[in-house]
Write a protein that binds this ligand. Sequence first.
Ligand SMILES: [Zn+2]
Length: 343
Amino acid sequence: MSALVSASVLREWERLLVNRSRPYALQQRDGSYRWLWQPLTRQLLADHLAGEVTLALSSLDGTGLCRWACLDADAPDGLAHLLELRTGLADLGFAGVLEASRRGGHLWLFFTDLVPATRARAAILGAMSRVYAQGVAPARVELYPDTDRPGALGHAVRLPLGVHRRTGQRYPLIGSDGRPLTFSSTEASVTFVLAQARVPARWLHAHWEMPVSGDGEQPHAAPSATRSVVIRWVDAQVSPLDLLGELAPASALRPMGQGFLGWCPFHEDDAPQADGSPGTPSLYVVRNARYGWSWRCLSTHCRLSEPPMKHSFRLLCELLGCDAQTGIAAARARWPSLKEKTP
Ligand SMILES: [Zn+2]
């Protein structure tokens, strides 16, 4: 079929988007996706562009690397939010391609090379927090890859320029003025995407700090190992969000990716950066099904930025400025169910 797109353009398209050739997902008539454990051929990529099938591909390769990231906002005002986010991220060096979707939009960030998903996620979440700190109102956005575990199958994201099987529509790319872009041919639209600026992988490595994630092999705190019943109880039962809300409300934590990000109370978090750009919130709190709540500061200027992640009792002590002994007494006084427990 389709000679809609030349072989050389198709090759570049493949290099831009395909993290792994197997499996790939096909969108079904009801809009859902089904994984197929077969090799993805260029013909299938061409068929997607021709609107004959609709492909969604893993946001990761088999070793935890990715060629792109996609921000997905599917609220009714998602597209408007992504427009603002695109401008803010582009100012920080993350040029993106915005595409409308059935309910909102997809903001694609293409990398010049494969990048570890851990790195990509941390950099993008960090950049988003800067954009939000500069006044763009945060909204619910999913970031794909949604995991950075090597070997994991990344969430499938529908490739750009395809036809949504449920609505039969091809959702347009969106220009900087917020209006749909129109193209004279499929090849012209593909060529347009290929010509857009990409995020340099080297720059990402050099300028964006390594990270933390809710889910990866990252420096999670091990489950609380202390023998103190009180400390273990606090670590298991008390949310850092509640502690910060009560003892450091200025931290103003907000949902960010799989966790929460706010102003760190333990260093001068709102001071301008070395290059003069505004400070950014860097206290990261996350809840993980296996390890429970944990937290740390993402700023290298902070004494609390060293991995691993820390638990709630440590946060209590840091916020009260006390040692563990005093912290245990404070916890007893604060939570009545601890009164009778031995230290
Ligand atoms: Zn800090």
